[in-house]
Design a protein around this ligand. Sequence first.
Ligand SMILES: Cc1ncc(C[n+]2csc(CCOP(=O)(O)OP(=O)(O)O)c2C)c(N)n1
Ligand code: SF4
Length: 283
Amino acid sequence: MKTKDTNINTTTKPTWCPGCFNFQILAGFKSFLAGELKKGKSKEDFAICSGIACQGKIFDYVNLNGLNTLHGRELPTALGMKIGNPNLDVYAFGGDGGTYSEGISHLIHAAKQNIDITLTVHNNQVFALTVGQPTAVTEQGYVDKTTPEGVFSKPLNPIKLMLNSNCSFVARVFADVKQVEEVYKEASKHRGFKFIEIIQPCIIFHADKGYKEHLKIIDKKHDVHDFDKAMKLASEWDYDGVDKGSKIPVGIFYKEKRPTLEDKHWQLKKLIKKKKSWKEFKR
Ligand SMILES: Cc1ncc(C[n+]2csc(CCOP(=O)(O)OP(=O)(O)O)c2C)c(N)n1
Ligand code: SF4
């Protein structure tokens, strides 16, 4: 049942560290949501899910239906929600630890199958909730108690990974409320798997390494449908720190219109077309 309730705030007091960049992501997402509700969507059109992590607490601070699921399993949960009700706009939130380590196979297959959901990865380059262990995207040389001699391997480049996994919407922004709101607005116009990575420094275990000063907003003239150009842009920053001349492209790298997983299943297609739930399903 749809209601006219537009309150997206909860009464839960955030337990993020004061100044944590997750607050910017939360504010950007809420601004976007408020805009959608103003345009006529209702809260029941949305569902969210997150896992166990610092970032996963976002679930507690947004008053929408959803699930706080297992660490790194946001995507299978989101897929279940989408299949359970294909008319929902499903937003999954993961950390770089959960998404690029424990959940990496889910990520690749969600992109490959072009499931019509939105994934936000809060990338602070560490497992923050468990006190700062390196993830697949931590820079070389990073030292913590588990890795006293420093990370020796090069970080994964998730933008390249997503492009190579046939992801149909690939974007990266910095944890700045305006950038976050804007990227959600753009993503909401796209049908298919929307990958949004947000560079989110963790002020306790992985503070901003100067990234903010090196951001390069992707030129409006960039052809978002050109795969090779997207790859070239993705190669401009390898997540391995910054030096004087470094540029970190932010914005939309790539977009492609192609059938979604839902399009491949006539039952789901029918429910979407008729805006019906499974309860009302007729052959
Ligand atoms: C399958 C599984 N592996 C590991 C853990 C322990 N664990 C819980 S939160 C967490 C760190 C989360 O890091 P990340 O996903 O990067 O998010 P952040 O806390 O940095 O926001 C870990 C390792 C778990 N709960 N379940
Ligand atoms: S540990 Fe880091 S990511 Fe977690 S709440 Fe504190 S600043 Fe944010």
